[in-house]
Structure formats: C-alpha cells, structure tokens
Design a protein around this ligand. Structure first.
Ligand SMILES: Cc1cc2nc3c(=O)[nH]c(=O)nc-3n(C[C@H](O)[C@H](O)[C@H](O)COP(=O)(O)OP(=O)(O)OC[C@H]3O[C@@H](n4cnc5c(N)ncnc54)[C@H](O)[C@@H]3O)c2cc1C
Length: 451
C-alpha cells in the first residue's frame, strides 16, 4: 500500500484481523469493545476530543455537564451488560427509580408511579392509584394497556401515534399527561408524526415489561464516564488503539482490504465499522454503496436548559414531568435536579425540551427566562425566576424523526467487510442509547462472521 503519511495502525502479526471503527459514540464503542474482546486488532477513530458522540460530557462553568440529560431504562439490557464488561458497576453509575410520570403537586398534572409489585400488577396498581386522573381517564389507560397486551404490542400496519390513540379512544387528559409526553420523550417526535409501531415497542419494554425492566435509570456520572471512556480503556488494554481529533474523509478499496483516509493520513484495514451519524455515513459511502449514499432522514432537535440557582435550592423529587404548553410560553417537559444526582452540582436544574425546533426560535436568553418562569410558577417557588447563570445546549440533529413506516438500513452494506453501526440502523427501537449499543454489537457480530 502507498503510505501517504503517518500510519494509523501498524499490525505486527500478519494474521491479525485489523478493524477500523470510525466514530466513538455509544455504537462505535460497543462495536469496538465486542471486537477487541473477540481478538480483533481494533483502531477506534473519533473526530471529537472525547468519546460519547450524542451522549457525551460537556464541560461548562467548572461542571461536568452532558450535551443533554439522558434517561436509560431497566430494559436497556445490552447497555447495562456492556457497562459491566468494561469493568464498571451499573448500580454505582446509575440510580434506579420506578417507572413514573409525576407532575409537581397543584399544577393540574398527575401523579403516576409504579409500586414494587410484579408485572403487570405494578401497572394496574399505578393506574388505579394515579392522582389527578378521572375515572374515565383511568378506564382509557386500562383499555389501552389491555388492548396493547392483547395485540402483543404489535401492529400489522404502521400509523401515527395520534391515530393509535384515537383508535383506543383515549381521553384528552390521558393524551396530554401521559401519551404525548411519553411519545416525545421516547421517540423525540410529536405523536401526530410519530410511528405507532415503534411507540408500542417502547411501551412493551417499559409499561408492559417486568418491574425492573420498566425502571428509569438516571446517570450519576457524566455520559462519557458512564461507558465510552471505560470502553476506551478496555480497548487499549486489549491492545487496541484509540485516536481523537481524527476526522475520516474517505474510504477506498485496496484489493480485499480498505484504505481509511483521515486528514492526509491513510491506513489499511481488513474491515471497517462505520459508526458515524447517518449524514456522515452516507457521505463516506458515496462511491461504495449507492443505497447507503442516498439514505435520508429528517431530524429532530433536543434542547437542555441548565439553570443554576443558589446551592440551597433543591426540588422535592429528583425529577418532575412538566406540562408544556407553547401557546402559554411553557416549554419545559421535564426538570431534573442535578444536585440530587451529582454531588458537586447543588442548585443546578436541567430542563429538557424534546422535539424543540419551535422552542429554539425563541432565542436562548428568552427561552431560559420563560423556562425559569415556568418552574417558578408550577413549583410555587418565586426564587426560581432568577438564575445565577444559565446555559442552553441544543443538539439540532439529536435523533432521526421516528415517523411511520420509516425505512432504516440494516447493518450490512454492499461492500464486504464494511458494516454500519448507529442508532439509525433497522431495529425495534427509536434513536436511543440501547438502539446504538445493540447496533454496535450486531455490527461486531457480522464482522466476526465474515472474518
Ligand atoms: C440531547 C439528547 C438527549 C437524548 N436523550 C436520550 C435519552 O434520554 N435516552 C436515550 O436512550 N437516548 C437519548 N438520546 C439519543 C442517544 O444519545 C443517541 O441515540 C445515541 O447517543 C447515538 O449514538 P451513536 O453511536 O449511534 O451515534 P453518535 O453518538 O452520533 O456517534 C457518532 C460518532 O461519530 C463521530 N464522527 C462523526 N463524523 C466522523 C468522522 N468523519 N470521523 C470520525 N468520527 C466521526 C462523532 O463525533 C460521534 O462521536 C438523546 C440524544 C440527544 C442528542
């Protein structure tokens, strides 16, 4: 091979199967860990200065924040297993809460929390005891969950979540307080545009699952520390290599192997896992696979407003659901008390706005001021009107819009030994950490089979 510059890898053992994993998000890290564990010589190439991708640490005001507050579920089987594989203890990294949708008291919301009972009793009990719902709302919830169970959480023909809710005769209040916020939080797509099939998959693994699978897991560490950085240490221990600040520009064929070019440096590998976001993946596959090159998604934004108050400010619970009513300038959908999750972040609240395109039109200053007013009003705490500092992080392409009948590519490409990994590949799940991890594991398995 013509070496155009410094080599990215130098395989010393001829028989070693060398794999470039491009992108150190959760999908790339999962693939690289699985491959390294299987004896492949892995080189993980990441354009940014740290691993994690769309679930990563962001340092601001001397704090380790995240690019967006994330929630994991007890059903995230493969993510939890991988956290263990790389030597961390999930119970020390994540705090478990029972499935819940709890609004601040006296704000016109509801209080729904699953008790410690085996499934499906936990759900039945939660519906029966939910405060803030009328009998008609509870009957609607019961109707939905029994019908969904009867259908085994599956639909033959996809439709929008709104159409599904109409079919099951859901009340306006249940839609506003339960289904709409759940749909936006899980699929990052409003119910009128969201896929009912994928929504049912998420409900199957939360409302419909056993008690521990339905638990909500909140990170006690920043998102890069939660898995990606430990994954990097694991890969290096298995004699793999990890490079940051390396933006891959081109992949070309060299006989049966692949040349990976990044910033004037080219190196040769037996195989490639392309774990970049879909828009980068289609660019890199431009001349290699026309169907991947032409894939197009619409994207939805997620915005997190970090609001710092005096360290004595503490919410009564670690997180609350909020009623978002853009027509009344109420944008916040969930608020998290970071001080209850991270020892050094007392007084810091994170307010999440999913599918946030409209909120972002407000401008950051205006949005923060409206969000702090919303908190002050619904929590009846006037001191929340004024922050010490605030910061807004918007991920414009946070996730693909999870619409009905969306065609998502499989992990395979037209090229032997190039596979895809990422939250957008075909699966049951919307764009989530677990979707990304599972895709990474599938990619690694496919390469191990092709080896
Ligand atoms: C604000 C926000 C909130 C979210 N909330 C949740 C939640 O609560 N629960 C949940 O489960 N999921 C949530 N998600 C979704 C979840 O974060 C993503 O689905 C997941 O992180 C995607 O991982 P990935 O590895 O597929 O892609 P990415 O994380 O996008 O990884 C791709 C990597 O490739 C790198 N890269 C790009 N181009 C190149 C190149 N040319 N060369 C080398 N490297 C390159 C990128 O820097 C990146 O590190 C949220 C996402 C966001 C943005």
């Amino acid at each position: 091979m013509e070496n155009l510059g410094q080599k990215l890898t130098s395989p010393t053992v001829e028989q070693t199967h060398t794999v470039a994993v491009i992108g150190a998000g959760w999908a790339g890290c999962a693939a690289a860990v699985a491959l390294a564990k299987n004896g492949h010589r892995v080189t993980l190439l990441e354009a940014a200065r740290l691993p994690g991708g769309r679930a990563r640490r962001v340092e601001q005001h001397d704090y380790k924040l995240d690019n967006g507050q994330h929630i994991l579920l007890g059903a995230y089987r493969d993510s939890l297993q991988l956290i263990k594989t790389v030597g961390l203890k999930p119970s020390a990294m994540l705090r478990r809460y029972p499935l819940q949708m709890r609004y601040p008291p006296d704000c016109g919301g509801m209080d729904f929390i699953a008790p410690k009972l085996p499934a499906p009793l936990h759900l039945a009990w939660a519906m029966l005891r939910a405060k803030g719902l009328q009998t008609a709302d509870k009957l609607a919830l019961a109707r939905f969950s029994s019908a969904a169970r009867w259908m085994n959480w599956q639909l033959n023909n996809d439709c929008s979540v709104t159409q599904l809710l109409e079919r099951f005769d859901q009340t306006e209040r249940v839609i506003q307080l339960m289904w709409r916020p759940l749909c936006i939080a899980a699929l990052n797509t409003p119910p009128e545009r969201a896929s009912a099939k994928v929504f049912l998959n998420v409900l199957r693994d939360s409302l419909g699952a056993n008690r521990s699978a339905s638990d909500m897991l909140l990170p006690l560490q920043d998102l890069s520390a939660l898995f990606p950085e430990a994954a990097v240490r694991f890969i290096e221990k298995q004699h793999g290599k990890v490079e940051y600040g390396v933006r891959v520009r081109e992949i070309t064929r060299s006989g049966k192997r692949w040349l990976v070019t990044a910033d004037q440096r080219t190196s040769e590998f037996d195989a490639v896992v392309l774990a970049t976001p879909p828009w980068v993946t289609s660019d890199l596959m431009q001349t290699l696979d026309t169907s991947i090159a032409s894939m197009r998604f619409d994207y939805e934004a997620i915005t997190t407003c970090y609001l710092q108050y005096a360290p004595t400010v503490k919410l009564d619970r670690p997180f609350y659901a909020l009623i978002d009513q853009p027509e009344h300038q109420q944008w916040g959908q969930f608020v998290f008390d970071r001080g209850q999750l991270h020892n050094d972040q007392a007084g810091l609240l994170a307010v999440v706005i999913s599918a946030s395109a409209e909120a972002n039109e407000m401008g950051q200053e205006n949005l923060c001021s409206k969000v702090s007013q919303q908190l002050a009003n619904v929590l009846h705490r006037p001191e929340l009107n004024t922050t010490l500092w605030h910061s807004v992080i918007t991920e414009k392409r946070a996730t693909f819009a999870c619409t009905p009948d969306l065609k998502r590519p499989t992990n395979l490409t037209a090229c032997e030994n190039i596979v895809l990994a990422g939250d957008y590949t075909a699966s049951d799940y919307p764009a989530t950490i677990e979707g990304a991890v599972r895709s990474g594991l599938v990619a690694a398995k496919l390469l191990s089979q092709q080896k």
